[in-house]
Structures are given as structure tokens and as C-alpha cells.
Write a new protein. Structure first.
Length: 85
């Protein structure tokens, strides 16, 4: 219900929409790696901090303008929603 949604709700909506754009190519890449019997390397570091992802993902996917437009069309301030992360 957009009328009663909080900033958190809008952030989660944006996050899930972005996740949908990330997951399928990621799974396709993983399937290809397994099919090719390629080795995988895992690295674990105590210094690893993932930080904020929404802004990074929108930029890396090249969809920041689209995300801004979509949030604006829904009456939301993109920067405010991203800052809530």
C-alpha cells in the first residue's frame, strides 16, 4: 500500500527489484562454471565489510537513472530511500 509505505518499505522494494536484475546473471554464471568443471576460489577475510549496496548496484548495472525515474514516478525521493540503507 503505497499510501502507507515507510521509507524502509520503499527501500526494500527498490532492493528487491535490483536483486531480481542481479540474481539471474549470477546464477547463469555459476551454472556455466559448474558445467565447465572450472575451479572456484573462495577468499575469506576478517576485514571484509560489505557496506551499502543499493547505490553501488544501480551504478554497476547502469540503471541509476531508471531507478531515480521509477522512484520519482512513485512519488519517492531516490536519494532519501538510498540514504536509509
Amino acid at each position: 500500500d503505497a499510501e502507507h509505505a515507510s521509507t524502509y518499505d520503499w527501500r526494500m522494494s527498490l532492493s528487491l527489484a535490483l536483486r531480481d536484475r542481479v540474481v539471474e546473471p549470477w546464477f547463469a554464471s555459476t551454472r556455466k562454471t559448474y558445467e565447465g568443471k572450472h575451479k572456484r576460489v573462495y577468499y575469506l577475510s576478517m576485514e571484509f565489510l560489505i557496506g551499502r549496496l543499493i547505490e553501488d548496484v544501480t551504478i554497476n548495472l547502469g540503471v541509476e537513472d531508471m531507478a531515480r525515474s521509477a522512484m520519482s514516478a512513485l512519488g519517492q525521493d531516490y536519494d532519501l530511500v538510498v540514504a536509509d540503507e
